[in-house]
Write a new protein. Structure first.
Length: 260
């Protein structure tokens, strides 16, 4: 017999994956706030569970992009060189706080709210950001690009380990700035491929800290696969501007609700 809560979790997994398939935005921007605000899950448990959820769902995406040769493994390696060590350091700091302490809860909520607001801003102003960077900075030399890619990985490792948000819209936009000549498909594929080791390492770290709800994870994954497939199919039939504006507005409202 299926418990009503499990059904709701599966439906949530389906809906989030549907939106991810339609917009390309990381599931953490949607799933973690949903678990906290709608289901009353503790922020630490919501983040930890969502990280393993993301690692599982994005593994399939990485396989597809890899087979289609849409992954630049050099970029993935540079990002991971920054994100994996930073993830370990961040989790070590969280363990010192006490993952379920009031201080950790406040930190997770604050970083999550800020990351959601930043993601919303990027969704709305991405074209303006790219145009401004191209005009005032331009293309960087290879050495600086490599160093900034590692630094970007470190920033994403910090954000994702604390909030599970950052590896989607923020990561893609930053990679576009650093690699303007790279085709969009390879940028998206590289970002998704990097998200797998990042969320997996962060998720295992949260598991060691005791902040994973395995029953919840299984229920979420039940609905995620059909959601991703349908969302990817529908995405070409809904105007991109409408999707981005709607999602950005939702993220801003959720960020405000978390703070209040």
């Amino acid at each position: 017999m299926i418990h009503s809560a499990d059904l709701l979790y599966a439906v949530s997994g389906f809906c989030v994956s549907l939106l991810v398939g339609m917009t390309g935005v990381g599931g953490g921007s949607l799933m973690t706030p949903l678990l906290i605000l709608l289901f009353g899950v503790h922020p630490a448990t919501a983040v930890g569970t969502d990280l393993l959820y993301a690692a599982a769902t994005k593994s399939g995406g990485t396989l597809v992009h890899g087979l289609n040769r849409n992954v630049d493994w050099r970029i993935v390696g540079r990002l991971a060189a920054g994100s994996v060590p930073m993830t370990a350091l961040t989790l070590l700091a969280l363990s010192a706080f006490g993952i379920y302490s009031g201080a950790a809860r406040g930190l997770i909520t604050a970083v999550l709210s800020g990351a959601l607001a930043a993601t919303a801003a990027v969704l709305i102003f991405r074209k303006s950001i790219l145009a401004f960077f191209a005009t005032h900075v331009g293309e960087l030399n290879p050495r600086r690009t490599a160093l900034l890619t590692v630094l970007l990985g470190a920033v994403l490792g910090l954000l994702v380990s604390i909030s599970s948000v950052g590896a989607g819209a923020l990561g893609v936009t930053a990679i576009i700035l650093l690699y303007p000549r790279l085709p969009t498909a390879r940028i998206v594929g590289s970002d998704i491929a990097h998200a797998v080791p990042l969320t997996l390492v962060a998720g295992i770290g949260h598991w060691m800290l005791g902040s994973i709800d395995w029953h919840l994870l299984g229920a979420l994954l039940t609905g995620s696969l059909p959601g991703i497939v349908i969302g990817s199919y529908v995405s070409v039939r809904v105007p991109d501007a409408v999707l981005r504006f709607t999602l950005a507005t939702t993220l801003l409202l959720v960020a405000g609700r978390l703070v209040l």
